[in-house]
Write a protein that binds this ligand. Sequence first.
Ligand code: SAM
Length: 235
Amino acid sequence: MRYNIEPIGIIESPYREKFAIPRQPGLVKSAQGSIVMNKEFSSPDFFRGLDSFSHIWLEFVFHENIDRGWQPLIRPPRLGGNAKIGVFASRSTFRPNALGLSVVELLGIHYQRGIAHIDIGGLDLLHGTPIIDIKPYLPYADAIPEARGGYAHTAPEQHIQVEFSAAAKQALIALQQQYPNLNNFIVDVLKQDPRPAYQKKNESDRIYGMQLYNLNINWHVQGNTHYVTSIMELS
Ligand code: SAM
C-alpha cells in the first residue's frame, strides 16, 4: 500500500543551508521563522483555537535529502561520530520515509493577502522545508519528565564564547534595522558549535562560513572562542 502526502505549507527559515542548523528544535531559541500555508489551507477556520497553545508539533519532509536514500546504521554526532546505532534509534535525516518531527514555539498567526503565516520560534528547519501537518503540543501527553533519553538524555553541553571583530560589529550596526536580533542569533547558533565532530578534535586556523538569512558569516575558532570575522550581505 502506498500513501500520497502533499505539503500543506512551506517553511521560511533564516537557515539557508544545512550546515549550522541546530540538531534539534529549541536549542537556538532566538531562531525565528514562519510556516507559509498553501492557499487551500489558509482559512482562519483551520487555526481556530490554535493560539491558546504555546507550542506546536510540525511534521515535515527532509526534502533536501529525498534523493539520497537512507542508511540502516547511523553515527550520531552525540556519540562523537564513531559509534553506530540503528536508524530507528536515531533522529537522522536519512530514513526510509524522509519525515521529520519538531516541536516549536508558536509566536503568532497572521494573514497576508489570504495566506496564513504561522510564526514560530526555535526551529531546526531549512528554508523551503515542506510541512505536511501541524498539531498542538499537549503537555499532559507529550511531556514525560521521567522518560529515559538514551545516548542523548540532555542537551549537549557547550562551553563556547563568541566574539566579533570590529568589522563584524560594524556590520551588525548597519544591519540592525533589517535584522534586530542578529547579534543574539549568531551567538546562539555558534554556541551550538556547528563544526563536524572530527573537526572539533583538532585546532586549526580554518575559516568557517554559514549562511543565515541573506548573510554570509565567517568565523574561526581559537580554543573555546568562536571569533566572527565578517558578516556580508549576499547579492
Ligand atoms: N527535529 C527533527 C526530527 O527529529 O525529526 C529534525 C532532527 S535532524 C537531526 C535536524 C537536522 O536536519 C538539522 O540540523 C539540519 O541539518 C537537517 N535539516 C533540517 N531541515 C532539513 C530539510 N528540509 N532537508 C534535509 N535536512 C534538513
